[in-house]
Design a protein around this ligand. Sequence first.
Ligand code: NAP
Ligand code: GFB
Length: 370
Amino acid sequence: MQPLNPKGRQQSHLYLIYEVCIAFPSSLVVVLKSHYYRSKMSSPNVVLVTGGTGLVGQAIKHVIETESEGSRFGKQPGEKWIFASSKEGDLRDPAQTRALYEKYQPTHVIHLAALVGGLFKNMKYKMTFLRDNLLINDNVLEAAHEKNTQKVISCLSTCVFPDKVEYPLDETKIHTGPPHQSNFGYAHAKRLVDVQNHAYKEQYGHNFTSAIPTNVFGPHDNFDLEDSHVIPGLIHKCYLAKKNGTPFIVAGTGKPLRQFIFSYDLAKLFIWMLREYDDVEPVILSVGEDEEVSIKEVADAIVKAVDFKGDYTFDTTRADGQFRKPASNKKLLTLMGGFEFTPFPEALDLTVKWFVENYDKARTGAAGKA
Ligand code: NAP
Ligand code: GFB
């Protein structure tokens, strides 16, 4: 068949889209939707990222600064992005929260700010996790209501789901039973955001929604030896074991299973939600269920990535926490028309390389505790 119109790159680009849409009609919907949404968001928007200095915030900054302008995950012409830290305003305080909105007048908010930590910190500070996150979330959503912000995407976590429920976890199961004991403070504060979003929608028609990421890792993470999540914690421990010739000890039995998403991939999914998702119902942002790995497999991968030659042991006196929380990403992939995740070993290598190169300025927790 003669090519429709072979002349010029632009035409061949359009010709390619034409061919793809003929071959795969469903992609036509995705292409049109993505073009429609980007054209709808063409007016210069001001996007405020609360928690912009953390693991996920810095990943969104990286993607917005490296993807080409106007592309699906890139900055749109004239768009302004603000990556706020707690130094710009403690969001537990309503006045400081309002002041942040007053200063930047955001049209859209990606709300990431939270008291965050791994299993052992969650087990120690359940009330602080509950109260700090309740205050932060309430202030951010109420200020958005007062300012009639066009859209707010809040960030939950797959630990909000019930511990005892039929797997895989999907977006309909958030409120169908108690979360795991180890992090019920954090989990209930996060679950309430979904309730708040629905209430703001019903009473005021606001476009407030939420994302539910699985365990995240990447550059700019918190590598504190005790308070961090498993991947940054073990990277730091393995790095010190290699450097000082000390034992590398993994907490627990190594049997629990987890899904891990690379922060740069998660960042793109948040940008997709900002551009193309307008529904109050939450979306799980995760790799597939078949990517579940055991903590032992994670430790083995870290030993390889750090190039540690010694042996390592398990401290089974320490907690395993929730055994597994397998989440389905079916809704996400259906809505997006598919997504290519960074292979785990490659993402882990990037993270270890970043940590080793930035050890002096990374959050290693050396300077004091919560
Ligand atoms: P993080 O690295 O610990 O960063 C937390 C961010 O929140 C920082 O920018 C911090 O500012 C800010 N923040 C903390 N308390 C604040 C306060 N009182 N007022 C204003 N800002 C405050 O966290 P993260 O891992 O990027 O997490 C981002 C979001 O993803 C959170 O909502 C978290 O619950 C969610 N999440 C994370 C994971 C994970 O595995 N990491 C998994 C699922 C969901 P400073 O830099 O000034 O301290
Ligand atoms: O990442 P992590 O702290 O969080 O722990 P959760 C995952 C698993 O790794 C647990 C084991 O089974 C730990 O026993 N583990 C082994 C380690 N060595 C280490 C280590 O050095 N540090 C840590 N931290 N773990 C959190 C929730 O649960 O998931 C949070 O408590 C949040 O609220 C987060 O939702 C995403 O996956 O168990």
